[in-house]
Design a protein around this ligand. Structure first.
Ligand SMILES: [Fe+2]
Length: 557
């Protein structure tokens, strides 16, 4: 079966294509439209569809809309209730529902040849659950799945079990109770952009202590039946609201730490409740809350499951993939684990070279781009690493990455400057998979950067740029078989420096989506102080491209 999945209603619009149970392509609309998160999650933007992503998925597989057997839309308006009946203050929510109801017609309009009768509404949390339970690698059947996000149709959570090609629901939490909405409210209270900057709150939590946890527990607590109470937190009583950009204080960090702590307690309780019912060894996670790698690590360390697997596109983008996998499984196909997160666009060497020539950019083709990049990193250069297909989900995983030397503490500040990020935020390391255990303590392997690890004492001084204030790092392990080129770059870097680790952050500048195509890479390179751009087998050197008055002689390098 050929199934296209669509996420559109709230944010992170995305499309994914599943053929005979196999994930062929998945991409977020933001990578095409160059608008971060695709759109703001407002009721009046609910009609916007991931048109470019959907068209690309089809073109990638050589299909037309008429060739599709089914299209899954990751929201079912029939399950929703009026916002005020759900206790939500959202006066325009009815627009959202109206647009969702019309989605089959809208899709047929934007994908000419598609029969609107082939569009199926997939419940939002079922789509999230399918994106984890069907896409997880390893011995995944049967397995448990926990979904936590801001909201779906009328719930904010689903606990379920995957058995074969079925998802058996076990518990769900009705709105307005929502761990995701509580975290979003705090994000806004701290002066950040809600539904976007939640990871900044998680980073800030490391600077505080959970001294307000008792107060929060009056409003946010597990109810013992697989669900939770989470609403009406009196934020202003706990810490004054911050305007965007306003300096935060110790009190704000303590509030972030307290909320993070209580979130972890609730998630642990839900995991234990679920394990009591299933006894499964594997827990899979999805929903925006599952991007909270600190909470994921606590579930892995203290929860009852042997292994925890998190969908790398755990936010709403992943529901495009989940909707497609769910319909494929329900239709009789055997869903296969996703082959990796590199499910987006990629270019052949010849296509990349044609692009460089067209832009009249001075470039070279070194004998080994991995060795060339390792040498530039060892020489303390900042390198843009553009290789293979782009990542699905919010993390750069060695395909659209910005790399630096982890041994220089100043590189944290330098990278945060390049990217226009707040200085309290950490940058993360990538590490050779077979070296990780001697440097980092935590769930291994960790190919998708969805857990935090404790950096062992002897390594903290060797890689200071990637050690967060609390002594942790959010690592990506790089496996030689899965990503031989990036692994070789790490090996070369280790030969030069003794460190099998490099700093890895996403290739983009502040407020912009990750670089996706070659033009984006050149634009990013042209507007930020990156020393070397590695595009497939080619490299572009800053010194050859631009004369740098601050560094005399650079132009001849
Ligand atoms: Fe969601």
């Amino acid at each position: 079966m050929r199934v296209l999945g669509i996420n559109a209603l709230f944010h992170d619009p995305a499309a994914a294509l599943v053929i005979d149970g196999r994930t062929v392509a998945a991409a977020e609309e933001e990578r095409f439209s160059r608008r971060k998160h695709g759109k703001r999650p407002l009721p009046f933007s609910a009609w916007e569809l991931p048109v470019q992503a959907a068209r690309w998925c089809l073109a990638h597989a050589g299909l037309t809309p008429a060739d599709l057997d089914l299209v899954g839309y990751s929201f079912d308006p029939a399950l929703a209730r009026p916002a005020d009946a759900m206790g939500l203050d959202d006066p325009w929510d009815h627009l959202r529902l109206r647009y969702a109801q019309e989605a089959p017609g809208f899709l047929a309009e934007t994908l000419p040849g598609l029969d609107p009768a082939k569009v199926r509404f997939v419940p939002h949390h079922v789509a999230h659950a399918a994106s984890a339970a069907y896409a997880a690698d390893g011995a995944a059947d049967p397995c448990s799945v926990l979904v936590l996000d801001g909201r779906g149709e009328a719930t904010s959570h689903l606990a379920a079990r995957r058995v074969g090609t079925r998802l058996e629901p076990l518990a769900g939490q009705q709105l307005p109770h929502s761990m995701g909405l509580v975290y979003e409210e705090l994000t806004q209270h701290l002066g950040f952009l809600r539904s976007s900057d939640e990871y900044k709150v998680m980073a800030m939590a490391s600077y505080g202590t959970p001294r307000m946890a008792d107060v929060l527990r009056r409003h946010v607590y597990p109810t013992g039946d697989g669900g939770f109470h989470a609403t009406a937190v009196p934020w202003t009583e706990l810490a004054p609201a911050l305007a965007p950009g306003q300096e935060w204080t110790r009190t704000h960090a303590d509030l972030a730490a307290s909320t993070q702590h209580v979130l972890e307690e609730v998630m642990l309780d839900l995991a234990r409740w679920l394990h009591d019912r299933t006894g499964d060894r594997l827990l899979t996670l999805a929903g925006g809350v599952a991007l909270n790698c600190v909470a994921n690590s606590r579930i892995a360390a203290e929860g009852p499951f042997d292994r925890v697997w998190v969908q790398p596109a755990a936010g709403d983008a992943g529901t495009a993939l989940g909707a497609a996998l769910h319909l494929a499984a329900a239709g009789g196909d055997q869903p296969l684990p996703m082959p990796g997160a590199d499910l987006g666009r990629g270019w052949s060497d010849a296509e990349v070279e044609a692009w460089l020539r067209r832009a009249r950019v001075p470039y070279e083709r070194p004998a080994d781009v991995a060795a060339e990049v390792a040498a530039a990193l060892a020489d303390d250069g900042i390198v843009a690493w553009f290789q293979g297909r782009s990542e699905f989900g919010p993390r750069a995983l060695g395909h659209r990455s910005l790399l630096a030397h982890p041994g220089r503490p100043a590189n944290l500040e330098r990278l945060n400057d390049v990217k226009g990020r707040e200085q309290f935020r950490p940058v993360a390391p990538m590490v050779l998979a077979d070296r990780a255990a001697k440097i980092f303590e935590g769930p291994l392997p960790s190919p998708y950067m969805l857990f935090v690890h404790r950096v062992t004492a002897e390594w903290r001084e060797k890689i200071p740029a990637v050690v967060h204030v609390d002594g942790t790092a959010r690592i990506q392990t790089v496996d030689r078989a899965a990503d031989p080129l990036t692994a070789r770059m790490l090996e070369e870097f280790e030969l030069l420096t003794g460190l099998p680790v490099v700093v890895n952050t996403s290739l983009n500048t502040a407020g912009r989506p990750m670089v996706d195509d070659v033009r984006d890479a050149l634009e990013c390179f042209g507007s930020s102080p990156v020393d070397l751009l590695a595009l497939g087998p080619f490299v572009v050197r800053r010194g050859r491209m631009f004369a740098d008055p601050a560094r005399p002689g650079e132009g001849s390098r």
